[in-house]
Design a protein around this ligand. Sequence first.
Ligand code: 5GP
Length: 172
Amino acid sequence: MAIETYISREKIDQRLEEIAAQINQDYAGQELYVVCVLRGSFIFCADLVRKIKVPVEIDFVAASSYGDAKESSGAVRIDLDVKKDITGRNVLLVEDIVDTGLTITYLNEIFEARHPKSLKLASLLYKPARLKHDVKIDYLAFEIEDNFVIGYGLDYAQKYRELPYIGIYSDD
Ligand code: 5GP
């Protein structure tokens, strides 16, 4: 098996600076309720919040799709929910990757129904080739080809999340 570097640590850091600057500008004078979507976005979220200068509160949510093991069936369930009432708050969902868009579409619906003041999405990666649901990503780090990526929080069978860069996994 081999892991090829796809997006370097330096490139990620540089792009996160740009996204954080945009967030700092958009939320100037306000507070932010950052919701880290576990597990894949934990590193992205940790790096991003350390570059954000407006006051943040950080919470976690975990969701999983179930049904057919390979392709999502269209059903998503919440395994871990946020601890606080988000009514009237500026909520920023932080995702690792928008692939088919199923997970984030579902989370958006759930969070929107709780009447936040605003609800936006930050995603590390986006694979347009696989998108099936219409998703608006407010802060996107990288748009990528249809490759299976690992590292920087993303796993292959729960491994490789600790890699400091984004890599492409192959069996050869
Ligand atoms: P979606 O609901 O958008 O189809 O998929 C979202 C989830 O699928 C992501 O949060 C991520 O956990 C997983 N996923 C999709 N594409 C990849 C990929 O290329 N690599 C890894 N490691 N996970 C992926």
